[in-house]
Design a protein around this ligand. Structure first.
Ligand code: GDP
Length: 365
């Protein structure tokens, strides 16, 4: 399963946020394919469409889809040189598909900052620099090999050399690989290098309880937004402490609490949805009398693969998929009416599944 790693310097609120994640935690019985590991938190993906479908179909139960966050502890300055848990930290980052970088944007004299003062950009740069240095090493090693080959006019080597040079220039300016605009051809080469700084990043700006209602008043948040925009990354504002409290509440209580704060959606829910999108994940639904359920798939997959997410037998014996889009089903208010209107399509093996498809798979066993 694709996972997002949570990183951040000490005392920025990482554990508090991760606690909120595990407490809000999905019922793992529903998700047998998820990892069981104390450093992995399974979260349900908030999706209002699931409630709408439940109202329409009135199933016995409703099951949201879920995905994983991994807590990656132990970053310190010097990680790329193996300081602290450095090497372990880097190898953990290598294994995740995207990064949520928690940054401290709250002032609190009682909580020590590792560098003595609150400065989110400096904090971001400390971690980014460690990752850039690790990538620099990777690129340097390859450069040595590839530049020799390129001298023999080997075509692939010449192409790769150009990419490696671009990366080196960026790293020298302390810029991550994700800040470079590569052509499709180049991007393919970069992908094969498994660089740490080409992983997509979300910055989670952790603000105080006071600031969460109006985060734009917070000058640190403004700085993080500007920094993130510059490297094509996104920012989500959270208050880890409040998220920890919200995570203990159930549906109705949670809504009341958010209403009191004047917030439409909790920071954690925003973070979950943003991470989901960052990973290129989308949702399809199955809707029957027994259960209405959301399923996660990687954007671009075909119908048989999507069936395989429910059960490998569904993929092996795939015949066809009966599909109606969420909007058409909601318009029609029932499957029967949707069928009468010709909105329910029969799709075959080559169909590319779309976000919001409501699917009934037909298969041989
Ligand atoms: P970590 O080292 O990054 O995992 O940081 P922790 O989650 O342990 O948080 C460090 C300290 O900051 C703890 O005392 C938290 O209670 C406090 N803290 C975390 N988030 C917030 C917040 O949003 N507001 C305030 N005031 N304190 C926070």
């Amino acid at each position: 399963a694709l996972t997002t790693g949570i990183v951040g310097l000490p005392n920025v609120g990482k554990s508090t946020l991760f606690n909120a994640i595990t407490q809000a935690g999905a019922e793992s019985a529903n998700y047998p394919f998820c990892t069981i590991d104390p450093n992995v938190g399974i979260v349900e993906v908030p999706d209002h469409r699931l409630q709408v479908l439940t109202t329409l179909v009135k199933p016995k139960k409703t099951i949201p889809t879920a995905f994983e966050f991994t807590d990656i502890a132990g970053i310190v300055e010097g990680a790329s040189k193996g300081e602290g848990l450095g090497n372990k930290f880097l190898s953990h980052i290598r294994q995740v598909d995207a990064i949520s970088h928690v940054v401290r944007c709250f002032a609190d004299d009682n909580i020590t900052h590792v560098s003595g003062s609150v400065d989110p950009i400096r904090d971001i740069e400390v971690i980014n620099l460690e990752l850039i240095l690790a990538d620099f090493e990777t690129v340097d090693k390859r450069l040595a090999r590839v530049s020799k080959l390129a001298r023999t006019k080997d075509k692939d080597a010449v192409a790769e050399l150009a990419v490696l040079e671009k990366l080196r220039v960026a790293f020298e300016e302390e810029k991550p690989a994700r800040s470079i605009d590569f052509s499709d051809e180049e991007a393919k080469l970069v992908k094969g290098m498994h660089l740490l700084t080409s992983k997509p990043v979300l910055y989670a700006a952790n603000v105080s309880e006071e600031d969460i209602m109006d985060p734009d008043q917070n000058e640190y948040v403004a700085k993080v937004r500007a920094f993130a925009a510059d490297e094509n990354s996104e920012v989500i504002v959270v208050c880890a402490k409040i998220e920890e409290e919200i995570a203990e509440l159930d549906g109705d209580e949670k809504q009341e609490f958010l209403d009191d704060l004047g917030i439409a959606e909790s920071g954690l829910d925003q973070l979950i949805r943003a991470a989901y999108q960052l990973l290129g994940l989308q949702t399809y639904f199955t809707a029957g009398e027994q259960e209405v359920r959301a399923w996660t798939f990687k954007k671009g997959i075909k119908a048989p693969q999507a069936a395989g997410i429910i059960h490998t037998d569904f993929e092996r014996g795939f015949i066809r998929a009966e599909i109606v889009s969420y909007e058409d089903l909601v318009d029609a208010e029932s499957m029967t009416v949707a069928k009468e209107r010709g909105k329910v399509r029969l799709e075959g093996k080559e169909y590319i599944v779309q976000d919001g498809d409501v699917i009934h798979f037909r298969f041989n066993v």
